[in-house]
Design a protein around this ligand. Structure first.
Ligand SMILES: [Zn+2]
Length: 258
């Protein structure tokens, strides 16, 4: 395993300074290399990037010398991100909840244009989307959609129908019931970045913050493990070890204490 175990590092600081960049030092990396990876990761939202950098800073800079004790690392990361606007919650905990792997549906959820076939041309001319697509195009109510689960990914495609075309909706739902039952669980497309960069008990960390309604995806917790249609699997990369902290620390109260 190429994973770093910084938690047990006993190297003197001088050796750190001489450490070569990249793969040198038995898989070790510098904070600069780590930051470069994080900023280059297209999957990271600004909040996720901040979270990864906070843990990177805590493990590689603030507590890089001697033994790392988990509470100190977590406290540093938590304080680096500060509290939420209300001051009642650590932003770090919010960011971990945001990083819980999940599938979020795409933007066709918002379009809501009725896809029943158009029988007569719309008066707005041949370039109008309703004429180009040959659809009714009227805005559907939120509940008037059928979900089509994609065969390879389980991702949702929405089909909308307006009030005048509810007969179409019923038919499409009926047609999709059987193929949908064979579709796989959707591949997650959000979160899962902490396990890419850090080894820890992320299952418990996510569950603790999101609650029982969250279920780990069958594809694994790390976003690197999720198949992306048309893309090669991601090669394993060295990860930093981050000890899990016990429940009492997770409930450390906000800014008031410092
Ligand atoms: Zn319609």
């Amino acid at each position: 395993m190429g994973a770093l175990h910084l938690a047990h590092t006993t190297q003197p600081p001088a050796a750190d300074q001489n450490r070569t960049k990249g793969k040198g030092g038995g898989g070790a990396q510098t904070f600069a290399d780590f930051a470069r990876q994080v900023y280059g990761d297209q999957r990271a939202t600004p909040l996720a990037r901040e979270l990864l950098l906070a843990f990177g800073f805590a493990t590689m800079v603030a507590h890089s010398e001697h033994q790392q004790d988990a509470p100190a690392v977590w406290t540093t990361a938590r304080r680096a991100m500060g509290t939420t606007g209300t001051g009642r919650e650590w932003r770090l905990d919010q960011a971990i909840a945001e990083d819980a792997p999940r599938y979020a549906t795409g933007k066709d959820r918002a379009e809501r244009a009725c896809s029943a076939p158009r029988l007569r041309p719309h008066p707005d001319g041949p370039d109008d989307f309703r004429n180009r697509l040959g659809i009714c195009g009227a805005t559907a109510d939120w509940e008037h959609h059928a979900v089509e689960k994609q065969a390879g990914t389980g991702w949702y495609k929405y089909h909308w129908f307006c009030k005048r075309h509810l007969d179409h909706l019923a038919r499409v739902r009926e047609q999709l019931a059987e193929p949908n039952s064979r579709a796989p669980e959707p591949i997650p497309n959000r979160g899962g970045l902490l396990p890419v960069y850090f080894e820890s008990d992320w299952l418990s960390a996510y569950r603790h913050r999101v609650g029982e309604r969250w279920q780990p995806p069958i594809y694994g917790l790390s976003a690197d493990d999720w198949p992306v249609p048309g893309a090669e699997p991601v090669a394993p990369r060295p990860r930093l070890r981050l000890a899990a902290v016990d429940g009492t620390l997770l409930t450390e109260t906000s800014g008031a204490s410092w």
